[in-house]
Design a protein around this ligand. Sequence first.
Ligand code: HEC
Ligand code: HEC
Ligand code: HEC
Ligand code: HEC
Ligand code: HEC
Length: 416
Amino acid sequence: MRTLSILSGLILTIALCMPVNAMAKDVDSVKELIEKYDSARCKQCHEQIYKDWEKSLHYKALIGPFNKTLGTLKDYLTQRDGELKKSKEVTKSIKEYMEPCFGCHIPQIQDASEKAAREIANAVLKEDWDIVEKLQVNCIVCHNKNAIVRRFRDGNPEADTVYGTKDLGGVHGDKVFTKSKKNEMMADSAFCGGCHQGPNVLKSPEPIWCVSNYDSMLQNYIPNGGDKGCQDCHMRGEGMGHRFPPNYDDKEFEMKRLREHIKLDVKTLAYTFQIKNPNLVSMPMIVINTKVTHDIGHRFPDGCPSPTHFALNVTVKSKDGKEIFSDAKYYMPQLKLGYTENKMVFASFRKLSLMRDTALQPFKAKEETFEVKLPPGVGEATVEVSLNFVVEPGVKESVYELYKFTREVSIKGTEN
Ligand code: HEC
Ligand code: HEC
Ligand code: HEC
Ligand code: HEC
Ligand code: HEC
């Protein structure tokens, strides 16, 4: 009896000394945080997977393609003294301020102390590559920290366990993650939705629209009969696995993939149209029909790479090279800040409301018709139609010239 009361007194004293969430002990420096999630040793036994992952954007979660993520993250941090001044009244904590932005890019920030979070912020602001390169969506983030989608049902991830889709009998060769557990949810799209969804209006004090592949898939692909999941299209099959294409930095690889999934068809007709109005009017003209088809399971391009777009360019020139007509159509989501002004904005921390969406949508072809009336005396012309995918405007290597068609047309009767 006495031992029991001493013991329970002891337990009570210990419990009182502990912070409320003693389970989630904060990591006190960025160095320790990087070490805690260091996945380098996974390479010994999973070499191919590791090499593929190194080519993926998960490897560059704070950097992004053409460094554009690092730039926007810097802007977000800097805005705390500008556009987002009020945040200092809402929270003094830099960690809390970072959460709406960094929570998906590097979920390990949840383990960071205020001091460690400040170190991450400084590393981003100073572009300290030694640090930003090592904060990634890596093996341990996906196969441990974020592996469990339903925690009330399936529990928290355990510190010594890797979660995968197969049953390996509970054991695993790694020195820290000595156990393994089957977790079917990792093969479900909801697992990817943990980070690839938005805008996070309910969850966040500063709602951010970065990406919405998961939402878009649930609302536009599945209802129209789509039967594939994220893993089918991005992991299973040749050239995929842990590369998670698109890999915009690998031009040749990505050009092939985009051309495989996105097609452009062009039809032209030059003829003399006649109408009785009530007198007869003859109009020599060219009709250009374009059709972009694809087999993507969500809007594309999607939210966060906001200046990213398709440009469909059409020009018509007479035989002597003079431009008769030129037009462009842009395919992209078009967002605004959410206040009164109906003006498109870029950057994830500004855009929130979707005003218009001309991006490619599942099972929908994009069809356009251009009617070009020919000037007097012009009966022949050259039509040029091109489709470019521009990942980061201003960066030459980020422009994918997917298709370019040139057609010679004549009102005397060539057609195709
Ligand atoms: C809900 C999770 C989530 C939040 C919150 C989030 N991001 Fe993202 N972000 C992602 C994912 C996932 C991708 C990669 C997918 C893509 O590019 O479509 C991405 C891509 C990006 C890209 C584009 C890179 C590319 O692939 O072209 C930029 C830039 C970016 N994020 C910046 C930010 C900034 C800045 C914030 C905070 C203001 C933020 N993100 C908040 C999940 C998020
Ligand atoms: C973005 C999340 C993510 C990251 C990062 C990630 N994985 Fe995976 N991994 C998955 C998912 C999801 C599957 C299951 C794929 C499926 O269902 O087809 C998987 C499957 C696996 C498998 C079993 C399938 C196979 O091909 O043998 C192994 C082993 C594995 N991952 C190891 C790793 C290692 C090692 C790393 C780091 C280099 C890593 N993963 C990084 C999400 C991830
Ligand atoms: C000493 C070798 C060794 C090391 C180190 C190692 N693994 Fe494994 N791992 C294996 C073997 C063997 C398997 C079972 C065969 C397979 O599925 O590839 C396995 C399976 C897995 C699976 C289960 C895949 C599935 O099909 O469900 C995951 C996830 C995984 N490892 C992740 C990791 C991660 C993350 C690391 C680094 C922290 C790591 N492994 C380090 C040997 C190792
Ligand atoms: C822990 C959060 C997280 C999870 C889980 C996750 N991703 Fe990502 N994903 C990211 C981030 C962050 C990026 C890169 C952001 C950037 O470019 O700045 C990214 C990039 C990508 C890209 C490249 C995007 C581009 O613009 O080129 C693809 C494709 C992708 N993820 C697919 C998946 C799939 C499929 C799954 C599920 C099997 C998954 N991701 C799970 C966070 C996540
Ligand atoms: C039916 C096939 C299919 C399904 C299902 C699918 N995707 Fe995609 N996705 C594609 C193709 C094709 C592209 C075009 C570029 C590429 O992958 O190289 C793409 C592009 C992307 C991009 C780049 C977005 C951008 O704007 O640059 C991300 C991120 C992505 N998918 C994530 C996901 C996630 C997460 C899921 C599940 C919620 C998913 N995808 C489901 C086929 C699919």
